[in-house]
Design a protein around this ligand. Structure first.
Ligand code: HEM
Length: 494
């Protein structure tokens, strides 16, 4: 009898009826995360959609996510690279899009063991601090007027990232111009990456680039590339000029990413089978500017909006800051580990608004059985972490913003618990967790310690979401800062 109720392991998962040729493409809703969650109510924790000739699998349960990201981690540690992403990353040679294998392992190692390791991140704290202080001083000047917080935070995160990349090369006015150019480029790139592209749904049409997405992306990439080339060129020139000083022992020690990557490229110590090339340097820089900016800044924006929504929570955050940091002091990164409640606020923000709500889609390198169904090689697998984070069978009052659920330290960012994994899990887990934690917590702590925030008269606070490659707030958070502390020096201590 058991034989009959066992799912047929040869069958594909269920799914909504599909049209010939287009499949389910025409009924897709732009807010994919909520649309996918609604379909799961009818079709269950694992279902299929036909997007043109591409098979998409949507996973909406903690147990099935575990099968994919843990039990079959190696098989699913691959990507189905969209045409636009391939162009954006020098042919997909960055960390996020490289297939699972030796090259990816080498890039990941460069990134996590060196560039984004705690030791390296500690060593460039000054750069983060400087940028944060500049923003504080700007906000102080804006006291009483409405400020677009997301824009300011994005700008600051972008400046932090670029100064970590090549902080010691670009200074003064050039920094400002470069920052603005990057902002525009990143916005256009993410927008283009999120645009549905026929080339991805009908791969045999890809070579025609019917919507011109690849062509547009190529233009953006050449602009990025121009900047990367210029930075690398300037760095190499300065290096040569300084060779003499080095002989006299006077050469300044540089510790930014660009220097680290260039040294690595030139060193013979790399793995000879998977050499680290100039293209890799550029693709990694690209990952940093596109992957590291929007994600953290949107998380910060959501966190401030949620805390403002809940005055009791704001009070508790500010009380903790007064105890740990004090009223005549500024927040330093060293305070963060003692800000237990604020850490819970970050976790709860990423539960309710995971900024990559469907992770970065995974792709099995061989046909595999998951949840009793066949997932064919090459399908695009979406894991709806957004829906799992709101699953009422896991979370009590899932729609309520309540940081206390994280106070007993039960959940962390390691991806070991498939009830909570905003950074993903397994081999492809986010490569920038340490950096994201530092940035989000340091920024939140500083902004909430130094300022009270109010909504302009007649405006309403809301924390609704708009789907994109990165989940954003539907309406930007435009709010008024009022200095909380009496010592003006705390606001101008650059
Ligand atoms: C709040 C901030 C952030 C969140 C929530 C976040 C989340 C994620 C998620 C969900 C993934 C995909 C995991 C998967 O494939 O299953 C990812 C991948 C990645 N993230 Fe993040 N991220 C954040 C910030 C950052 C930062 C600051 C950096 C670097 C500076 C970064 C670099 C990367 C890279 C390189 C990957 C690709 C990893 C791979 O494919 O091996 N992220 N991130």
């Amino acid at each position: 009898c058991l034989y009959f109720i066992k799912p047929n392991t040869q069958s594909l998962p269920p799914g909504p009826p599909a049209l010939p040729f287009f499949g389910n493409l025409l009924s897709l809703h732009p807010d994919l995360h909520t649309y996918f969650a609604a379909l799961a109510q009818t079709h269950g924790p694992i279902y299929k959609l036909r997007l043109g000739s591409k098979l998409a699998i949507v996973i909406t349960s903690s147990a099935v996510a575990r099968e994919v990201l843990k039990d079959h981690d190696t098989v699913f540690a691959n990507r189905d690279v969209p045409a636009a992403a391939r162009v954006a990353t020098y042919g997909g040679v960055d960390i996020a899009w490289t297939p699972y294998g030796a090259e990816w392992r080498m890039l990941r190692k460069v990134c996590t063991a060196k560039m984004l390791s705690n030791t390296t991140l500690d060593s460039v704290y000054d750069l983060r601090r400087n940028e944060m202080r500049k923003t504080v001083s700007y906000l102080y000047g804006q006291a009483g007027s409405a400020v677009n917080v997301g824009e300011q935070v994005f700008l600051t995160v972008m400046n932090v990232i670029t100064s970590m990349m090549w902080g010691t090369v670009v200074e003064g006015a050039e920094r400002e111009t470069l920052g603005a150019e990057f902002r525009e480029l990143v916005a256009e790139t993410t927008q283009l990456l999120g645009k549905p592209n026929l080339s991805d749904f009908f791969p045999w049409l890809a070579r025609f680039d019917l919507q011109g997405v690849e062509k547009e992306m190529q233009v953006l990439v050449s602009r990025f590339d121009g900047i990367f080339e210029r930075m690398i060129g300037e760095r190499v020139k300065v290096d040569e000029e300084e060779e003499e000083e080095e002989e006299n022992g006077k050469r300044k020690e540089r510790k930014d990413f660009l220097q680290f990557l260039l040294d690595l490229k030139d060193s013979e110590s790399g793995d000879s089978k998977t050499p680290f090339t100039l293209t890799h340097v550029k693709a990694l820089l690209m990952d940093m500017v596109t992957g590291g900016t929007d994600t953290s800044s949107n998380a910060i924006e959501f966190a401030i909006a949620e805390v403002m929504h809940n005055p009791e929570i704001m009070k508790r955050v500010q009380e903790e800051l007064e105890v740990v940091v004090g009223k005549d002091n500024i927040v330093e990164e060293s305070h963060i580990r003692k800000l237990i409640y604020l850490q819970a606020v970050m976790k709860e923000t990423l539960r309710l608004h995971p900024v990559l709500p469907l992770l970065v889609p995974h792709c099995p390198s061989q046909t595999t059985t998951v949840g009793g169904y066949t997932i064919p090689k090459g399908s695009r697998v979406f894991i709806n972490v957004w829906a799992i984070h709101r699953d009422p069978s896991i979370w009590e009052k899932p729609l309520e913003f309540d940081p206390t659920r994280f106070l007993d330290a039960k959940w962390d960012f390691t991806g070991n618990d498939f009830h909570y994994f905003p950074f993903g899990s397994g081999r492809r887990i986010c490569a920038g967790i340490g950096m994201a934690e530092r940035t989000v917590l340091y920024f939140l702590a500083t902004l909430l310690h130094l300022f009270d925030w109010t909504i302009p008269q007649g405006e309403k606070l809301d924390s609704s979401e708009k789907f994109g490659i990165v989940l954003k707030k539907k309406t930007p958070l435009v709010i008024i800062p009022t200095p909380r502390l009496s010592n003006p020096e705390l606001y101008n201590s650059i």
